[in-house]
Design a binder for this molecule. Structure first.
Ligand code: NAD
Length: 308
């Protein structure tokens, strides 16, 4: 599939009450989407952005939805698709920042919360909407908000966040191979973007350690980021072009290149050893071929005369 157009069709954005998600919802409106679904755990923020989307033209639905609640996502997908049809684009964007402690000193509960929202929340969003799009005949695209942290940014204090963003890149790489031909998936990998990500700890549930105070330094840094609407424009261009990884900040290339050259050098050290007979794809193909051959042989074998 070459890419997706949202013209006249529904678009769903999670974490759309602020920052990049709000900008994605408004960009969908600008590109002629039908109904834009503004989903966020913060109902007031979702209402506010839905009103901005309506002012820009299309109809908008504000949905209060916690992406860590997979049942709620399933209900939302049923309701929205029932009322507005199969979405052209689902943006699994909701995400939170980690507490900022060095990994070995950090709280396990905080790391679990980051994974719960940034990884399981993305998986549940893709499953709820993706399964329904896969079963339909209309094209649909999944856009996951990863980060430059998906590509190899070693940033002290962001260990669990970085792990969660690597995890969604891995999810999407697999999904790309599994999706039917009428679907596609992209991973948006923004660098520093102006948003309220610095305040996300104030929403941390009691089960994961409760609300935590925002850091002034994190606020000051994030406020120096790229405007969210620039990130959203790049995201929609990338989806229209059918790009898998959609970077937004050229400076992040240095991190990706450093990772790639380190991995390349490590493999270079192995280049004199032939390991090709242990290639996992070839092993899987050969096991499946053996199983097929055994099944064919069983089918063509004459009935055993001793059978009663
Ligand atoms: N700001 C950056 O520099 C930056 C860079 C790269 C990637 N990102 C990613 O962009 C995405 C959006 O973050 P942002 O920077 O716009 O932050 P933001 O805090 O401004 O917006 C995130 C929104 O997600 C909502 N949210 C949080 N937990 C939720 C949940 N469980 N269910 C539903 N909604 C929830 C929040 O209420 C908020 O409205 C995140 O995945 C983040 O990791 C941000």
């Amino acid at each position: 599939m070459s890419g997706a157009s949202v013209a006249g069709r529904p678009v769903v954005v999670t974490g759309a009450g602020n920052g990049i998600g709000a900008a994605l919802a408004l960009e969908a409106a600008r590109r002629g989407a039908g109904t834009v679904v503004v989903a966020d755990i913060d109902a007031d923020a979702a209402d506010r952005v839905a009103a901005e989307v309506r002012a820009a033209g299309p109809s908008a639905v504000a949905a209060c939805c916690d992406v860590t609640d997979s049942d709620a996502l399933e209900r939302l997908a049923d309701e929205l698709i029932g009322a507005h049809g199969i979405p052209a684009l689902v943006c699994a964007n909701a995400g939170v920042a980690a507490a900022g402690n060095p990994l070995l000193e950090g709280s396990m509960a905080d790391a679990r919360w980051v994974m719960e929202v940034n990884f399981f929340g993305v998986l549940a969003t893709m499953a709820a909407f993706g399964r329904r799009i896969a079963a339909a005949s209309q094209p649909g695209w999944l856009l996951v908000t990863g980060s430059e942290h998906s590509l190899g940014l070693p940033h002290a204090g962001a260990g669990a966040y970085t792990a969660s963003k690597h995890a969604v890149l891995g999810l999407c790489e697999t999904l790309r191979a599994e999706l039917p031909a009428h679907m596609g998936v992209s991973v948006l990998c923004p660098g520093l973007t102006s948003s309220r990500l610095w305040a996300s700890g104030t929403q941390r549930p009691d089960a994961f350690g409760g609300p935590r105070e925002p850091h002034d330094i994190a606020k000051a840094i994030i406020e120096r980021g790229m405007p969210a609407h620039t990130v959203a424009e790049r995201a929609f261009d990338g989806v229209a072009e059918g790009q898998f990884v959609i970077p937004t900040h050229y400076n992040a290339r240095a991190y990706a290149d450093a990772r790639a050259s380190e991995v390349g050098a490590a493999f270079e050290a192995l280049s004199t050893i032939d390991t090709s007979s242990w290639d996992v794809s070839e092993a899987a193909a050969s096991v499946l071929a053996d199983l097929d051959a055994q099944a064919d042989a069983a089918l063509s074998r004459p009935d055993d005369p001793t059978d009663t």
